[in-house]
Write a protein that binds this ligand. Structure first.
Ligand code: ADP
Ligand code: MG
Length: 366
């Protein structure tokens, strides 16, 4: 991760999943991608071959490997007091949810040996879904159409979103699974596809230490966001082996993807303005979608951000794979400025009493 006075660039990892049975059945195990060392990848589509370099390219990796190279450093960042976000990007079926959650029924396959150990700090989790620009609480799915509010100290937050205290890693995983199940049942009940929704799992970590005098406490409060984005497939195809999207359905798709299209625009505008050194003055359209409004800190602001681009290796998906790689190559140029979120909280009531006492002492002296 390159750090300098200008900030730190967004990290991009690419994860290539194995060919699936559909791809193999449709006739070919031919790959459209080739690794070049640990950081390089080339992709061959109908327009030719193109090479890219990322922070790391993960071929044939298990959940544990992904956690070690991508997840663990981000957890360390959060524990050090930095807000951190991991976005999973890619076409439907490329492995975004698998990367974020593992195989839901068989467990995450990530870090889990000492899942019962107490965390040793306060940790609260929430999980929401953005579908068609409407926000639903995935822990309490009856709470829908929630609003984003802005607070000078807290930044952007979702008003009325439930957060639950967790005591250990197992409880974090249980909440994630519950949220994912609600995403799934909502999808079936409402006859829609999870591939069109974004989910955001957030862990807020609060570590306090008593120090100094007057009951002043320093508090480190940071958050980890895990964002499972909607499928990035362009409107012309309906996902892996999907059909044409036309007419009314086309309009709906465009609206549903407002958050994803705005994400693309925000990245383009941001990279452009940062390149020209006009980051502060240029208007970046964060407010044009729920996703970018809520996560603006992760895009050019106070956060450490990682994108995991998930791709299929099959030559059947070459066009989408190539567009995913091009998208994240652009995103790689975003620079963030993460700072440790340290806050000093005094015992305000006690300090107020002390001021009153000193004032009356002064009055007595006069
Ligand atoms: P997405 O969330 O991007 O639509 P999923 O994560 O649901 O895609 O993955 C689609 C299918 O591929 C799932 O059945 C999943 O279990 C499988 N899969 C995805 N990535 C991997 C991987 N790295 N190894 C094995 N199977 C995978
Ligand atoms: Mg998914």
């Amino acid at each position: 991760m390159g750090a300098d006075a200008e900030g730190e660039s967004v990290q991009v990892f690419v994860r290539v999943r194995p060919h699936n049975s559909d791809e193999l059945r449709q006739g070919t195990s031919e790959s459209c991608v080739k690794p070049h060392g640990t950081r390089g990848i080339s992709c061959c589509d109908s327009r030719g071959s193109k090479s890219y370099t990322f922070d790391q390219v993960l071929f044939d990796t298990c959940q544990q490997d992904v956690f070690e190279v991508a997840g663990m450093p981000m957890v360390d960042n959060v524990m050090a007091g930095y807000n951190s976000s991991i976005f999973a990007y890619g076409q439907t079926g490329a492995g975004k949810t698998y990367t974020m959650l593992g195989n839901i029924s068989n467990g995450p396959g990530g870090p889990h040996e000492n899942g019962h150990d107490q965390l040793g700090y306060n940790c609260k989790c929430s999980m929401l879904e953005i579908y068609n620009e409407s926000i639903t609480d995935l822990l309490v799915p009856s709470a829908t159409n929630l609003h984003i509010r802005e607070d000078l100290q807290k930044g952007c937050f979702v008003d009325g979103l439930t957060d639950e205290l967790v005591a250990n890693v197992d409880e974090v995983m249980a909440l994630m699974r519950r949220g994912a199940e609600h995403r799934h049942t909502g999808e079936t009940r409402m006859n829609r596809e999870s591939s069109r929704s974004h989910s955001v799992f957030t862990c807020i970590v609060e570590k306090s230490s008593k120090g100094g005098s007057g009951g002043v406490t320093s508090v480190i409060c940071s958050r980890l966001n895990l964002i499972d984005l909607a499928g990035s497939e362009r409107v012309r195809s309906g996902g892996m082996g999907g059909s044409q999207v036309q007419g009314e359905h086309f309009k709906e798709t465009v609206k549903i993807n407002q958050s994803l299209t705005t994400l693309g625009r925000v990245i383009t505008e941001l990279v452009d303005s940062q390149r020209r050194g006009s980051g502060r003055s240029k208007h970046i359209p964060y407010r044009d979608s729920r996703l970018t409004f809520l996560l603006q800190d992760s895009l050019g602001g106070n956060a450490k951000t990682m994108i995991i681009a998930n791709i299929s290796p099959s030559s059947l998906n070459a066009a989408e794979t190539s567009s995913t790689l091009a998208f994240v190559q652009r995103a790689k140029c975003i620079r963030n400025k993460a700072t440790i979120n340290l806050d000093y909280r005094g015992d305000v009531a006690a300090l107020h009493q002390e001021i009153l006492r000193l004032n009356s002492e002064l009055d007595n002296l006069r």
